[in-house]
Design a protein around this ligand. Sequence first.
Ligand code: BES
Ligand code: ZN
Length: 879
Amino acid sequence: MKEGIAGKVIYRKDYTAYPWDVSHLDLHFDIGMKTTVVRAQMEFQLKAGINAPHRIVLNGSDLELISITLNGRVLTHSDYSVEGETLIIPDAPQNSVLKTEVRIHPANNSALEGLYLSGEFLLTQCEAQGFRKITWFPDRPDVMTTYRVTLEADKAGFPVLLSNGNLAGAGESPDGRHWVRWDDPFPKPSYLFALVAGDLALVEDHFTTRSGRDVSLRIYVEEENLDRCDHAMQSLINAMRWDEERFTLEYDLDIYHIVATNDFNMGAMENKSLNIFNSKYVLARPDTATDADYQGIEGVIGHEYFHNWTGNRVTCQDWFQLTLKEGLTVFRDEEFSADMQSRAVKRIKVVRDLRSRQFPEDDGPMSHPIRPDQYLEINNFYTATVYQKGAAIIRMYHTLLGERGFQKGIKLYFERHDGEAVSCDDFLAAMADANGVDLGRFGRWYSQSGTPQVHVTDQYDAASQKYTLTLKQHTPATHEQKDKQPLVLPFALGLLTAEGREIPLQLETEAEAVTGTRLLIMEETQQEFTFIDVPEAPVPSLFRDYSAPVKIYFDYSSQQLATLIAYDSDAYVRWDAAQRMAENAILEQCRQHAQGIEMVVDSSLVKAFRGILSDHQADPALLAEAMMLPAEDYLADQMEVVDVDGIYAARKFIKKGLADELTVLFSECYARLKDGRPYQKSATAMAGRSLKNVCLSYLLETDTGESLAGAQLEASDNMTDTLAAIQGLIMSDSLLAETALAEFEVKWKADALVMDKWFVMQAVKPGSNTVNTVRKLMDHSAFSIQNPNKVRSLVGAFSMLNPTGFHAADGSGYAFHADRVIELDGLNPQIAARMVAAFNRWKRYDEDRKVLMKAELQRIASVKNLSGDVSEIVNNALR
Ligand code: BES
Ligand code: ZN
């Protein structure tokens, strides 16, 4: 990207307001695949207190300027200057009407930013700075204006012409061309602009808002996908109802469009009333999509819908404030999913995701606070930190203020800022003011990077029946920020007896005891909490519901973990205790393995799993989560120097050991859940499949698994069971795997989304030989390096989800991956930058691997005209 070549670092502290108000933007598109002509008319008024004439600064990239006029006068080269991506008119009067005409070339746009081609239709992606690839404009989120958009095209090729807002007119001309006009009454920043033009089919439904507005809901897809839109539509309706009930937020236009595309850099985009979605998050049918896909669709449809208020009606002042809209909206979509499905299971998935994606980011070369202070390429800051940690911080407001207090804060936020572009400070102020509390110190979460560590120790005095917990917090230095301050941590706690009964909690300073979870607040580096009338040395149940995004250290005995697993009232704590026990066991065997000592399976882990498998009361989905062993990458994070092969061997050993010891229970559980009933979409059915397939994955470590998987595959009427069976056969090196993959390919070769799964299954097969498979698959007719979903499924899955493949000792995985990054950089820098991050934590490996990875990073860094996207990541990694 141009910005990168310029290599200019943007600092948050340099923010200045745009000196002009833009009162309206009129756009006219003369649409063609190869060439589109864009005419823009912008009305500028100088803001109060600024003297005219004043300069107008516009952004543009790869635009062929045909003409430009100011208040009716044609401007010549001496009237303005163009430098890099900015056009400057030095002396514009107080009221300036600017007209431009540019030519752009959508079919040549492989970066999928701006106006581009997907299959047979044209569409746009403007966040964060793609609007400048469409026309000259102040392409920054604090310039909000109303849009009128007229789209003109050949009617046969482009029967559907969509943009933001309400339909404001349409017409045809005798030469086969037609036009459609859209008016968006809500002022918006340019990143929310969208257009879609092409031949798309439509599924329609309606929603009546609580104040009686009838909203037409329209999902546009390619004709052959019309039978895969039901779930997305139902999710949209649920999201609209949920936002009214939980947040009292209503939809504000008469129409809501969703368009699905196979060519998309991200998951989906919240353009005002014209959401554009990666087809992965729209299309689903039981035989093509897994339960995880169904849940993903519900969550993403919700997320983009919720942006209509948190992001669109109130937007970001500048891109440093990205978490203002993304962290808050992720929190909202998490809550939506929790209310739709199982709250406890959703919470566990969120915690797992934070630990496996965000913690490593905090610990690597790209560490940054949720509100970064600087960037080179903003696209590199759509991160797990801004999103997932950002959401965790919003959740802490909620935990501290309660649902009512939180809603009061949200209400005040909209009363104050509807129609504005604001900052994270404004959000915090609304929360504080609405509740009459001081959140000053809480604000440190916005500016401090790194994962806080909380070390907990305890002391029980039998004579006085007093129990003291000591908490110490410490945030390790991150690469870009050395000094850290103590943070405000909501600390939700329970105490259990050895038999698992909840002990009533009474602090020394309190008059009476309360049973159940207690919320304490930690804000100093070190704090003690002493409880009285504690009848026995308790088992502490710490940070219930994961009340703060920290690493929690407590030296639990196996016995204590077993108590928590069996009895704790908090699902997160039960799950976490099981994960800790498994983690301890695997890491212990990994150390044994390294020393050539024979590995053994920890008996308390076997016992705990026996308990889990014998629990017929709990939600099966929770039991499934508890028995999923920690991922290899997560285990790697717990080691000083990553032992790639040791982790794989130890994890596999423990899994097989559990399977051997508990074959009967796994088989019984599997048989009980394999009820032979036809597929159902319900949460209960999904929970059942989840536990059943976890059991299958264990049984595949024994002699009994292969035939079960074969039979499951044969009988399956849904993609969840099909994939679990094939994936299991691959993982256990079964001879049936090859046939299963071949049959799958024949059946689904024309189906892009399903073929993505086929690529993933092969890319994640452990072992150093997989790189050869992956290399061959790049020649498969269903693969395309130009398509982000394909790249993620093959290249991304291999480098990020297959440690023994990617980190093969001979460096073949690294070399392959670096070649792909270089190839992608010339086509789609955003995707190339996502991919190159696989090398980010190279310093955590052994000497040989470090040398190999560093050499690949250097090879990438030395590529001529390397994009700013990739060079920012690579240079940070090498620094
Ligand atoms: N606004 C983003 C999409 C986006 C981000 C587009 C960056 C272009 C550049 C959208 O709201 C979003 O956050 N999408 C997520 C999915 C969501 C459920 C977290 C995505 O695309 O991954
Ligand atoms: Zn978002």
